[in-house]
Structure formats: C-alpha cells, structure tokens
Design a protein around this ligand. Structure first.
Ligand code: SOE
Length: 379
C-alpha cells in the first residue's frame, strides 16, 4: 500500500479537525493509500512541536515554503487564515503537490479564479473543505433530491446563527480572532458561515442566478490584537439575502454572529412539489422529511434517524442506531478525496466548484454595498 505523507499548514481548530480526519480515514474506509501525518507547519516552533507531539506528526517546519519544497510530502493541507490560502495553494500546485484547502477558497472571486487557473494548469488533485456536505443526513438529502423525490423545487432557505462576537470588548486579529479582521478573513459571516450554506445549496439545488443582500456591522471599532490600536471593523457581522436559483426556485439566507443563544445553528429547509426536507446541525443525525404521498389522517413530518447501514457513510461506523458527529464529516472528506484519486473521479468540491461559492459571496457583498440586485458571475 502506497503511503501519502500529509504536510499540514496551520494548527488551530481546523488543524485538529483535519488531523483527526487524516488519522481515522484508513481505519474506517477501504483505501488503497495509507495516510501518514508527516509534518505540521506553523510559525511558532514550540506550538508546532506541541501539536505534532499530541497528534503524532513526525516533525515540524516553521516556513511553509520549505514544507512545499520537500520531496517526502504528497498532500499539502491548508488550514491557515483565508488571506494566505492563495499564495500557499498556488506555490503548492507549482511544486506538484495534492492540495486540500480550508474554506472559503479565497478572499474573493478574483483571487479564487487565479487559484483555479493555477491548480488546473498544474493538474494536481485538489479539494476545498466544505465538510457539511458529508454529514450523513445532508448526503442523504442529496440522494433524495437526485432520485427526484422532491420533484420541482420551489424554496430553499438556510440560516447559520452564532453569538460569540456580541461583546464590543472582543478584539480583532490573531489566533481565532482573525475571523473579525477583514484583511485576514476577506469578509465576516458571508465568507465564514454563509459560504457553508451556499456550498450546500449549490450542491443540493444548483447554481445561484441573482440576489439582493443586506449586511450590517454592529460593532464598528475593535482593538486589533496585532497593532494594539483600536481600528475600524471591516467585516460584516450579519448578512441576509434573497436570491433566485437557475432552476427557478427562490432562496432565503441569513447569517449572524449576534443571535444570542445560538452557537452554530446551521439549518436548511427545501420545499418541493412532492415533499420537503429540513436539517439542523444541532440535531445532525436526523433528517426531517415530509412526503405529499402520505396525505391522509396520518400525514406529517417524519424524523429519520440517519444511523442505519443503508444511510450514507453509516455502514462504515458503528451498529445501527448509534450516532456519529461533526468530526466524522472530516473523516468522510478525507476518504472521499483519496477514493477520488484512486478512481479518477475527483471528489467535490474541487477548487473550480468552490469558486462558485466565491462568486456568490462577491455578489452578496456588492449588493450590500450598492443596494441593487446582482447577477452571480458564472465564469
Ligand atoms: C466560526 O466560528 C466557525 O468555526 C467557522 O469558521 C466554521 O467554518 C464553521 O463550521 C463553524 O464556525
């Protein structure tokens, strides 16, 4: 069995989620390649070494360029803040590495396009970590839609609600808090949270045509951790938009970090001619399903426990009825990526597919700026 050595850049929250994915995939999926946590790269040597020790990486680097040059690294996994994705990914492509990049792909569509061009020119396997596609209940929703069970789709609505940035005392910049710094993040909830909702929506319901958006920045100034000064906040704290899809359905999306009481409430509901589907990240192993065929006194929403062997991915885990969680979506993503390489049928979303989400995010931010409807670029 050929070994694929992973070189991971960054070691924050996503570094753990990805490392866990790489270390579990071979135990639960039949892969022809053995994944090996080889090197973790981070600017602070002691922190990189501590991470390497606790996750079982062989060694560390403090300069990502050195990591990319190394002949013994096969996969470059990017889990750094958004502003470094492009530079690292394009250099890794030139070096001929396989690339897995944390979402969102880029700071904006223009940068995303440069990444797509570079990666496709280099012809290296690539993928973006939009992990929610691989929660079994979400994958099952895709299966039901592909089978045509919903019929014509009329409505798609999604929300991603959090409440962790309400305090005006929370600084921007640095570890974790780079998400509040527009220079590092590119945008606020649009690129961080709505990007997930958009990726899932494109997958389940097809491409976006046009939209109208509203954003707000509730806390206008925050201390910046890197400069020590109080600086303007450039991100969107909340965003809501309505849209049309190419299939003629209507969309309605909302995301905020100011919904007191909600930590990571990602929900979506899809209404079709023959049925409806609803999903909730806080109850992630359940899919709500309403079937029009059930008309009669027993009609009603079914709450399906997606934990049986005939549900997506679940035959790989425990016995029927036992749930899995958030972290497993990353294991699935690794397994699918490797199987994509082995079968020659690349797993999605590739950089090209994830670029569609960037174009939607661009349209959202442009519409919020000029208060006009915007078409979503398709090139
Ligand atoms: C932000 O709090 C965050 O961690 C996002 O960066 C992730 O992408 C999302 O899955 C959960 O929330």
């Amino acid at each position: 069995m050929k070994t694929l050595n992973v070189g991971m850049i960054g070691y924050g929250f996503m570094g753990k989620a990805h490392s866990n994915g790489f270390s579990k995939a071979n135990h639960f999926f039949d892969l022809k390649h053995q994944l090996k946590l080889k090197t973790v790269c981070g600017r602070t040597k002691e922190k990189a070494e501590a991470f390497a020790k606790s996750w079982g990486y062989d060694d560390t680097e403090t300069d990502w360029r050195k990591l990319i040059e190394r002949k013994d690294i096969d996969i470059i996994d990017i889990c750094t803040p958004n502003d470094s994705h492009a530079e690292i990914a394009m250099a890794a492509a030139l070096a001929g590495k396989m690339i897995m990049c944390e979402k969102p792909l880029a700071l904006n569509g223009e940068q995303g396009q440069q990444m797509v061009d570079a990666i496709e020119k280099a012809r290296v396997p690539n993928m973006v970590w939009y992990n929610y596609r691989r929660i079994p209940a979400v994958t099952f929703a895709k299966q039901l839609i592909t089978e045509g069970r919903l019929g014509r789709i009329f409505h798609y609505r999604a929300k991603f609600l959090q409440d962790w940035t309400i305090s005006p005392d929370l600084p921007q910049g640095g570890a974790g808090l780079w998400r509040l710094d527009v220079g590092a993040a590119g945008s606020g909830v649009t690129g961080d949270l709505l990007a997930h909702c958009i990726d899932t929506a494109i997958w389940l319901n097809g491409e976006f045509s046009s939209l109208s958006a509203l954003t707000e920045t509730f806390v206008k100034e925050r201390k910046h951790n890197l400069t020590g000064k109080v600086e303007k906040v450039g991100i969107d704290d909340a965003c809501t938009f309505i849209n049309t899809f190419d299939n003629g359905s209507l969309g309605n999306f909302e995301s905020t970090r100011y919904a007191r009481g909600h930590k990571a409430l990602y929900t979506f509901e899809i209404n079709g001619e023959n049925g409806s589907i609803a999903w909730d990240l806080h109850d992630l192993h359940r899919l709500q399903w309403f079937d029009y065929k059930d008309e009669g006194p027993l009609r009603g929403w079914r709450s399906i426990h997606i934990t049986d062997g005939d549900h997506p991915y679940m035959g790989r885990w425990w016995v029927p009825g036992l749930a899995i969680g958030y972290e497993h979506s990353f294991v699935h993503q690794v397994a699918d990526f490797i199987q994509g390489i082995e079968t020659g049928n690349p797993a999605a979303p590739t950089f090209r597919e994830a670029q569609k989400t960037q174009r939607v995010c661009d349209a959202i931010l442009a519409s919020a700026q000029d208060h006009a409807w915007h078409k979503v670029r398709k090139d």
